[in-house]
Ligand binder design. Structure first.
Ligand code: LLP
Length: 463
C-alpha cells in the first residue's frame, strides 16, 4: 500500500456548506456499533478488525474493493429473528438482499426459510440444499418456465401477484398432477416510508392485487375455485427501510378485513398471513432500528387483536426480512486513490470502486457512513464526499461524511452496512469487475463469491 502527500489546500473548515450531515463526530476513530457488524473493532495498533482479522491483511489477501461479511453476525441475526417470532411463525430471508450458496447453507442451518424472486435465486437455493418446501417464490411476472420448475420441485408456496398468474399457476400445477400451495399478494393502500406512511394512491404500482374496489376479494374467489391451487393465505409487503410498525398495523387491519370477508363469503378461514419485509437498519448513527423481538411482539399483538375483533382464528404469521438480516453484517473496503479538496465545499475522495458496487446512493439518495480503517488518525475532521472511479459525476458512494484531514492515497476506508442490495445490485458499468464477498469468522476469511475477472467479461462477449 503506498501513501503519498496530497496537494496543498483546505482540508478542514470551521463552517461547512449545506449538506446531509450532522456535526463531525467527537472521535473519528470511533466505530459506532449501530452501523458496524458485530465483531468489528479497532485493535491497539489502530487497525480495524473483523472476525479478529485486520483489514490491512484482508486487503492484501483479497484486494479492494471487496465486501467483508461477518458470518457470526449473520448467523446471530438469523437466530434473533427466528427466536423472536417463535415456532408459531415463519421467517423467510429475502434472498434479493444478498444470496449465495454459503448464505443458503447458513440459513438452512439456522432454521430460516427463504424467499426467492427469480429462477436464478431458486437455482442457487436448491443447489445449496435448501429444502424446496421451505422456499417461497415471488415475482410480478414469473415466466411459465419458472412457475413450472417451482411447482415441479415442490416449493412451499408461490405468491400469486396477478389475475393472469392465478390461472397460469393453477393450470401448470394441474397439468403436473399437483396442487400448489399459494398466497395471494395484495396491495393494501399503504406505503411505508422511513418514519411515516402515506395512505393514498399506493395501489399505483406494479406489485400485487389491490384490496380497493374488491379486486383482491375477486382474486381469492377465483383462486378458491381452481383445483390446482391450495390457497393458504394473503401476502402484503408495504415498503422498505421502515422503522416503526404503524404501517404494518394498517396493513394487518386491512388484510384481516379481507380474511373476514373470505370467511363470511366462502366459509373458509385462510390459515396464514405474510406481512412481508422492509424493516429498517442503521446506515448512519442517526438511524434507530428496532430489535427483532420488539417487532415480533408488535406484529403478533396487532394481528391477534385484529383477529379477535373479527372473531377469526389467529393465522400463522410469516415475515420476510432481507436487509435487516444481511445489511448490517458487511462492509465494503476501498483503497483511497485520489483526493481533491475544494475550498468552501468539500473534499472529493476517490476510491477504487463506486456505483458499480453500491448503486444505492445514486439510485435512492441513500446515506452511508464511512471510516478510515487502516490506521488511527487524530487529524481534524474533513467534510468529504466518497466517490467512485466511474465516468459519471453521480458516481457517489457516501454523499457527505467526515474523514480525517490527513487522509492520503493508499489509506483504506470502509463503508459499513453494505450487506444488503449492494453486491446483489452490482453491475459491470464501465466494465468494472464486480468485487468478491469474503466471509470472515473466528480468525478465518474465505471467499464465498469470487471477484470477477476480465476473462469473465470476455467469456460473455461472444464476438
Ligand atoms: N418481501 C418482498 C415481497 C419484497 O418485495 C422485499 C423487498 C422483501 C421482502 C425484503 O425487503 P427488505 O427486508 O430487504 O427491505 N433495492 C432496494 C430494496 C428493494 C426491496 C424490494 N423488495 C434497496 O436497496 O433499498
Amino acid at each position: 500500500m503506498s501513501r503519498s502527500a496530497h496537494p496543498a489546500g483546505p482540508r478542514h473548515a470551521d463552517v461547512y456548506p449545506e449538506g446531509h450531515y450532522s456535526a463531525p463526530p467527537a472521535d473519528l476513530n470511533g466505530l459506532d456499533e449501530k452501523v458496524w457488524a458485530k465483531t468489528v473493532t479497532r485493535n491497539d495498533a489502530g487497525v480495524t478488525t473483523v472476525g479478529g482479522i485486520e483489514v490491512t491483511r484482508l486487503a492484501e489477501e483479497f484486494g479492494t474493493p471487496a465486501y467483508f461479511l461477518d458470518e457470526a453476525d449473520f448467523r446471530a441475526r438469523c437466530r434473533a429473528w427466528a427466536d423472536a417470532f417463535g415456532k408459531d411463525a415463519d421467517v423467510f430471508y429475502a434472498g434479493k438482499a444478498f444470496l449465495s450458496r454459503a448464505v443458503v447453507k447458513w440459513l438452512h442451518e439456522e432454521g430460516l426459510n427463504l424467499d426467492v424472486c427469480s429462477g436464478g435465486e431458486l437455482t442457487t437455493a436448491l443447489d445449496a440444499g435448501m429444502p424446496a418446501d421451505r422456499i417461497a417464490f415471488h415475482g410480478n411476472n414469473k415466466s411459465p418456465e419458472e412457475i413450472e420448475r417451482a411447482v415441479r420441485v415442490g416449493v412451499g408456496r408461490i405468491v400469486l401477484d396477478s389475475f393472469q398468474e392465478i390461472v397460469r399457476v393453477a393450470h401448470i400445477a394441474q397439468s403436473l398432477g399437483k396442487r400448489q400451495r399459494v398466497q395471494i399478494r395484495v396491495t393494501v393502500g399503504v406505503e411505508a416510508h422511513t418514519h411515516e406512511f402515506i395512505a393514498t394512491a399506493h395501489e399505483d404500482q406494479k406489485f400485487g392485487i389491490p384490496l380497493a374496489g374488491g379486486q383482491a376479494a375477486e382474486a381469492v374467489r377465483r383462486a378458491l375455485q381452481l383445483d390446482g391451487l391450495e390457497v393458504i393465505g394473503i401476502h402484503s409487503h408495504i415498503g422498505s427501510q421502515i422503522f416503526d410498525t404503524s404501517g404494518f398495523e394498517v396493513a394487518a387491519h386491512r388484510v384481516v378485513g379481507l380474511l373476514k370477508q373470505i370467511r363470511d363469503e366462502h366459509g373458509v378461514e385462510l390459515p396464514e398471513i405474510d406481512l412481508g419485509g422492509g424493516l429498517g437498519i442503521a446506515y448512519t448513527p442517526d438511524d434507530d432500528p428496532r430489535e427483532p423481538h420488539d417487532i415480533a411482539k408488535a406484529l403478533n399483538e396487532i394481528v391477534t387483536r385484529e383477529c379477535e375483533a373479527a372473531r377469526l382464528r389467529t393465522p400463522r404469521i410469516s415475515v420476510e426480512p432481507g436487509r435487516a438480516i444481511v445489511g448490517p453484517t458487511a462492509f465494503t473496503l476501498y483503497e483511497v486513490g485520489t483526493i481533491k479538496p475544494l475550498e468552501g465545499l468539500r473534499t472529493y475522495v476517490s476510491v477504487d470502486g463506486g456505483m458499480s458496487d453500491n448503486i444505492r446512493t445514486a439510485l435512492y439518495d441513500a446515506e452511508y457512513s464511512v471510516a478510515l480503517v487502516s490506521r488511527r488518525s487524530d487529524a481534524e475532521p474533513m467534510l468529504s464526499r466518497v466517490v467512485g472511479k466511474h465516468c459519471e459525476s453521480g458516481d457517489i458512494v457516501v454523499k457527505d461524511a467526515f474523514l480525517p484531514a490527513d487522509l492520503a492515497p493508499g489509506d483504506l476506508i470502509a463503508v459499513p452496512a453494505t450487506g444488503a442490495y449492494c453486491r446483489s445490485m452490482a453491475s459491470n458499468y464501465n466494465h468494472a469487475l464486480r468485487p468478491p464477498v469474503v466471509a470472515v469468522a473466528d480468525g478465518e476469511a474465505r471467499v464465498i463469491v469470487r471477484r470477477e475477472t476480465e476473462e469473465d467479461l470476455l467469456r460473455l462477449d461472444v464476438g
